[in-house]
Each structure stands twice: as C-alpha cells, then as structure tokens.
Design a protein around this ligand. Structure first.
Ligand code: ADP
Ligand code: MG
Length: 378
C-alpha cells in the first residue's frame, strides 16, 4: 500500500509531508569520522521515508512499518521519559534535538536493512530531521540537520557515532561520493563513474551480528583519544606517520597499530579521491584492499565472515574489496567488472556455506540523492 494511504488508515488524516533519506556505503575512510579525518561515502538508493502530520495538541503518535505492535503514544513535553521500545528513540531523539514543541503523527517506512552496516539509523534520523525542518520552517542548513540527527543518536539513543552517516544521508548527490572533512564539515562532491566504466560496486551483507552499542567501537574511540593525548594533539587527524613512527618503541603495540590505521587510512582517502577523479579504478581497488587489511590487522574490527567475503571477491577477480561500517559483522563492498557479479556472488555463497556462516545477501550500490521531500503516491 502507498505510504500516504497507510498513514491515513492509521491516523485518520492525510500526512502534511513525506520525506526520504538514504542509507550509505563508505567507499573509504573507515573509523575516521570520530578522528576528525577525511571520509568518502555515497548515498545508496535504499531509503527511510517519514510521513508526518502536525497536530494542534501536544500528543506524539508514532509507528514504523517495520515494527509490529501497538501505536506508540507520548506527550511532546515528556519525550525524555520515554525509553522503550529502543527504536522509538531514534525518532523521538530528533524531535528532542530540534526542540519541537507541538504534537505530531509520524509513520516511518524503510528499506535500508537494519544492522547491515548501511546506516539504517542515520537514514531514519535524517528523514525525520529533514521533514521537521520543512514542516516547522526551521530554516536549518543540511550541515545543521546532520548535527541535530547525530546529537539525537549520541545523546538520546546513547550510541557514540561520528558525523559521517548523517552528513551523507542529508547531502548525498546522485552519481557522486562526498569527500567530508570531519574536522570542519566542509564537503566536496567527487564523481563516481563505475557504471560508465562497466564496473559495479557490490555490497555483500554478511548477515553476521553487528552491534555498535558493544564495547568494540567505544574501545577503539578511547584508544584513539589516548594516542592523541600522548602526542598532545586534539585528534589523530593532526598526527603524521613520521611523527607516529618516532614513538614506535614506546607506545604499546596495540595502540600503535590503532593509530597507524587512522593515519594511513586518511592518506588512502586522499589517494582514493584522486584515483576516482582520474578514472584509475585499478589504483582505487588497491586502496580498498589496503584499507581492509589495515582494518583487519591494525584496527582489529573485522571478523571471519567479512574476511571470507573480501578474500573470495578478490580471488574471483574483484578490483578491490573491503569491510565497511563499524565492523564485527555487517557488510563488505567489492568493486567488480559488470559481468562478474553473479559468479562472484556464487563463489562467496559457497565460501560461506563451507564455513557454516549464515547465507549472505547481495546488493548493487548506486550513488544516489540525499534527503528530500517526496509525494506519497508510491
Ligand atoms: P545500522 O545503522 O548500521 O543499520 P544501527 O544499530 O546503528 O545499525 O541502527 C539500527 C537500529 O535503528 C535498529 O535496531 C532500530 O532500532 C533502528 N531502526 C532502523 N530502521 C528502523 C525502522 N524502519 N523502524 C524502526 N526502527 C528502525
Ligand atoms: Mg547506525
């Protein structure tokens, strides 16, 4: 059924506005946003849509098409008291961070797979932020909306995510990746010409568990801060490889490796941008490979499923492959020749079956538009 009709069936009125905001893949620059470095994601064509109607009282009524159960109801003045179910916090948190003080009806519907490392959380937050900005004429810029959505996830949900996912979900442009400088949030569009060069970016969802709320992510962040402190810097963005090497004997081995990932990955992002600009996909693919090896060996955030997906894709002729997202599961990407996707997918499936992993899923990632208003007729 069309979202508009579903909304009407649920709440008895047509929605005022409907927005959509996409998930993302990050081409390169992993675990870099919270180190104030450079990242290079693009928005995908899977989106979270959000239909709303402003009420003339103070009641919030909320539902998600992906969640069964009763309609969630609460008072706008008592948002912070509402803890359960957890998914509601991704939406109520945006009302909170944008200081909305009116009642609203909200229905969300998303085809971004949850917990697959494609950022279903930012897609949801950003579609809510975008539609509220329009409905209440808040006049906030894309960057301000992204920051509000991030604040919702950090402070209202309690997930210490960086700014990358929200920035790309709001600011993505079809056919382009977005080079984001996470220090000052300046951005630059970088053309992604995979299609016209007979290449595809495959996403391999390993279906392995992916939990950002676990200690792995928070621990990595803390380790990065620790190394920055040792060098007297405000973040690892300011650390050069030669400066890091000067302390290779003194720094605990694990801390040294964590920092080496961050410093080398920021360099790879710069090189990846220039490889894309000059259509050098071989060099770009090699950078993906190096990024994965660094995430696996130095940063310690890969897992057997991700390593298997990446190794099989490479062995079957991918130009490059790497894990994306926080790690410990979720998805990998592989840059492959157009005609090779089926064969590579089958080989990965066989590899997973042999290891008794769950059956993986495959998508094509196409660089798509960021958040916008849509009509509800589909
Ligand atoms: P990722 O962002 O990588 O998909 P996260 O763990 O950050 O994974 O976010 C997933 C969480 O976001 C889900 O567990 C759920 O709470 C919330 N979420 C995402 N999409 C929806 C949806 N369509 N309806 C309700 N909650 C959703
Ligand atoms: Mg997320």
């Amino acid at each position: 059924m069309k979202l508009q009709e579903e909304f009407e069936g649920l709440f008895g009125n047509k929605p005022d506005l409907i927005s959509q905001a996409p998930g993302r893949v990050n081409l390169i620059g992993e675990h870099i946003d919270y180190n104030n470095g450079l990242v290079l994601p693009f928005a995908i064509d899977s989106v979270a849509r959000c239909a709303i109607r402003v009420r003339n009282d103070s009641k919030i009524r909320l539902a998600s098409k992906q969640i069964t159960g009763p309609l969630i109801e609460c008072e706008i003045s008592r948002l912070s008291e509402k803890n359960e179910p957890l998914w509601t916090r991704y939406i109520l948190g945006v009302l909170w961070s944008l200081k909305i003080n009116s009642g609203i009806e909200i229905l969300v519907d998303s085809n971004v797979p949850q917990g697959a490392g494609l950022s279903s959380s930012a897609a949801l937050e950003c579609s809510v932020a975008y539609v509220l900005n329009e409905a209440f004429s808040l006049g906030l810029s894309g960057k301000e909306l992204a920051l509000s959505a991030q604040r919702a996830e950090n402070e209202f949900v309690g997930v210490p995510c960086g700014i990358m996912d929200q920035m790309i979900s709001i600011l993505g442009k079809a056919g382009h990746a977005l080079l984001i400088d996470c220090l000052d949030l300046t951005t630059k569009l970088v053309p992604v010409k995979f299609d016209s060069n007979n290449l595809k970016l495959m996403v391999i969802d390993t279906q392995a568990h992916h939990a950002l709320v676990d200690g792995g992510y928070a621990k990595r962040r803390a380790q990065c801060e620790q190394v920055a402190n040792i060098f007297g810097l405000s973040s690892l963005r300011e650390l050069s490889m030669s400066n890091l090497q000067t302390k290779s004997g003194e720094l605990e081995q694990e801390l040294f490796a964590r920092a080496r990932h961050v410093v080398s990955e920021i360099e790879r992002v710069k090189n990846a941008e220039s490889a894309l600009v000059r259509d050098d996909f071989k060099a770009f693919g090699e950078l993906l490979d190096q990024s994965h090896n660094s995430l696996r060996d130095d940063y310690g955030v890969s897992c057997p499923e991700l390593d298997c997906a990446v190794e099989v894709a490479r062995a079957e002729g991918a130009l490059g492959a790497r894990m994306i997202g926080g790690g410990f599961g979720g998805s990998a990407i592989a840059l492959v020749k157009d005609g090779d996707t089926g064969r590579i997918a089958s080989a990965i499936e066989r590899g997973f079956a042999k290891n008794n992993f769950k059956t993986p899923r495959f998508f094509d990632a196409v660089a798509s538009e960021g958040a916008r208003l849509v009509d509800g007729s589909n």
